[in-house]
Write a protein that binds this ligand. Structure first.
Ligand SMILES: Nc1ncnc2c1ncn2[C@@H]1O[C@H](COP(=O)(O)OP(=O)(O)O)[C@@H](O)[C@H]1O
Ligand SMILES: [Mg+2]
Length: 260
């Protein structure tokens, strides 16, 4: 049985095609202004990669911010459930998932079957989300994918006092003008953001193995800072943590499909 998961997030669109528990294709692309167009395009790319046609897909589950705008999905599921399901399938020992995406951050506690038992999320404030780093990367002249390697060169990380993105940006610009080294600023930003996300996770009690999902998990500097802020070892989930929600959606599609 061929199934699909389509995760239309606030920043990127992701699609996964699975056949009998094997991932045939996984694609990610930057969102288009129209979520429906994002869904169609990312799915077309995934189908091409898998060498399949849409009519061969038995069932598709949509998730993410734009889940209701996936025209070919027969069902929708929340990102919380999908990240939990995907993470548990990839790493069965995980009991807490921390997903940091473009516009939100979530801490999700799971039982041994991957069922969500508790969660906390922030989608009200950009601080503590990928957006915070996107805004700060601009005046620093650092590409998002280079934030991790740049922060590793830091010797004396700065302290960022402002939590609000707008004020923090002004603070960063002052630091740049004062000649503070860019790696120290980037490392300080990771620490400030990690502190916020760790507080979210600690609010629901950090227990058992912890894993990170979402695009921000690709940032090594942020991953290390979160590990330090939590005071426990964490793992990056899967070969591409950004795909975990779409993988979870595909797994749910498989479970929902009527037996042949
Ligand atoms: N290669 C990368 N290196 C560092 N950060 C990345 C990378 N790719 C994505 N990101 C971060 O991931 C965020 C998007 O994450 P994603 O999980 O796709 O979000 P959403 O599900 O909300 O669309 C971006 O804001 C950016 O900060
Ligand atoms: Mg997401």
């Amino acid at each position: 049985m061929i199934v699909a998961g389509c995760d239309i997030g606030s920043r990127t669109a992701k699609a996964v095609i699975m056949e009998e528990g094997t991932i045939l294709a996984a694609c990610v692309m930057r969102d288009k202004p129209d979520p429906e167009e994002s869904a169609r395009e990312v799915m077309a790319r995934a189908l091409e990669q898998a060498g399949k046609r849409m009519d061969q897909v038995e069932r598709c589950v949509g998730t993410g911010y734009g889940r209701k705008q996936v025209p070919f999905a027969q069902a929708v599921e929340s990102e919380i459930v999908c990240h939990g399901r995907g993470a548990q399938w990839l790493e069965p020992s995980i009991r807490m998932v921390i997903d940091i995406g473009g516009q939100d951050a979530k801490a999700i506690k799971l039982d041994e079957k991957g069922k969500v038992i508790r969660y906390a999320y922030n989608d009200k404030c950009a601080a503590g989300t990928g957006r915070f780093l996107e805004v700060m990367a601009k005046p620093l002249g650092v590409r998002l994918e280079d934030l991790g390697s740049v922060s590793q060169k830091s010797t004396a990380p700065v302290k960022v006092s402002n939590q609000c993105v707008i004020f923090a940006e002004t603070e960063i610009v002052s630091m740049i003008n004062a000649g503070k080294p860019v790696p120290d600023i980037v490392c300080g930003l990771h620490r400030a953001m990690a502190h916020r996300v760790a507080a979210l996770a600690k609010g629901i009690v950090v227990e058992g193995e912890v894993g990170m999902t979402g695009g921000v998990a690709k940032n090594e500097g942020m991953f290390n800072a979160l590990q330090d802020a939590l005071g426990v070892k964490i793992r990056k989930i899967g070969w591409d943590p950004q795909m975990v929600g779409a993988i979870g959606a595909a797994l749910i599609a498989r479970e929902m499909a009527p037996a042949a």
